[in-house]
Write a protein that binds this ligand. Structure first.
Ligand SMILES: Nc1ncnc2c1ncn2[C@@H]1O[C@H](COP(=O)(O)OP(=O)(O)OP(=O)(O)O)[C@@H](O)[C@H]1O
Length: 258
């Protein structure tokens, strides 16, 4: 996806404070339709706070201490009343978390949870669609997965199920916050490859939150580098990795395993 694709999310000057402590400072970035965009930076740099502010997911008192704007679908997400924001969440913008169990209920079948992602689709069509998506996510026997419970699956399988869940409503954007950090290294690449391929197929943009510049190099088209609550550099992942201007970006790149 190139810069010529329309901008679907425009974050401008987002600053968040918890009490007197300001943790992000004028964070701005644009995400284009269908692109894989990364917000990269070390732990505590403000990546999650930024993405959670977009969806009104920050704990209540701090919600009052957000400034800036995040234009999406003609509306400013930072100013949207909660009921309207809830309609956007999970439909036009979905999320994948580090821990798949954050999104899944341990005592319900996978099928019943996936059906909930597309309540407006008639059940028979929804089941067909779920089956097709599970196959696409690498499950050879989707019916068996659908009958199963989360505890019967490995971490990698659960995260692929979460990818399916996030894509079922055909969102414009998926926010994936460290989606592979909790997984074995050998499984990480497979899960991200599934996310990338399925997002491309459905023309869904992905905001990947990560501390791992290696993943940025391998999977994303554009990147914003965050350090101590500020964006220090934004550009195409290729340009930034080949010609990093900022000293912090240079350190992140030096830490990529050969
Ligand atoms: N609920 C909160 N109350 C107070 N401070 C918070 C809260 N949530 C986050 N912070 C602070 O905001 C800063 C940014 O945290 P954030 O979680 O966004 O970083 P991050 O880059 O996503 O790191 P990580 O990868 O560890 O999640 C940190 O200094 C953190 O301590």
């Amino acid at each position: 996806m190139s810069d010529t694709a329309p901008v679907i999310l425009s974050a401008k000057d987002i600053s968040v404070a918890f009490g007197k402590k300001q943790v992000t400072f004028d964070v701005s970035f644009d995400i284009h339709a269908g692109e894989f965009f990364a917000l990269v930076g070390e732990s505590g740099s403000g990546k999650s706070v930024t993405s959670m502010s977009l969806l009104g997911l920050l704990p209540k008192p701090s919600a009052k201490a957000i400034s800036g704007s995040a234009m999406f679908d003609g509306k400013d997400l930072l100013k949207l009343p909660l009921p309207e924001l809830r309609k956007v969440r999970g439909k036009k913008i979905s999320m994948i978390f580090q821990e798949p169990m954050q999104a899944l209920d341990p005592v319900r079948t996978i099928q019943s949870q996936l059906l909930e992602a597309i309540p407006e689709v008639p059940k028979k069509d929804a089941l067909e669609k779920i089956c097709e998506f599970l196959k696409s996510a690498g499950f050879a026997d989707p019916e068996r997965v659908m009958r199963g419970y989360p505890c019967e699956m490995s971490g990698g399988m659960l995260q692929r199920i979460c990818i399916v869940m996030s894509l079922l409503p055909h969102p414009d954007l998926i926010i994936a916050d460290e989606p592979t950090t909790a997984l074995d290294v050998t499984v990480q690449a497979a899960v991200l490859a599934v996310l990338k391929r399925m997002a491309v197929e459905s023309h869904t943009a992905v905001l990947l939150i990560t501390h791992n510049m290696g993943l940025v190099a391998q999977y994303t088209e554009r990147v914003a580098v965050m350090y101590q609550g500020r964006i220090v550099e934004t550009g195409t992942s290729r340009d930034i990795i080949l010609h990093p201007k900022d000293a912090y970006t240079q350190r992140l790149i030096a830490a990529i395993p050969q």
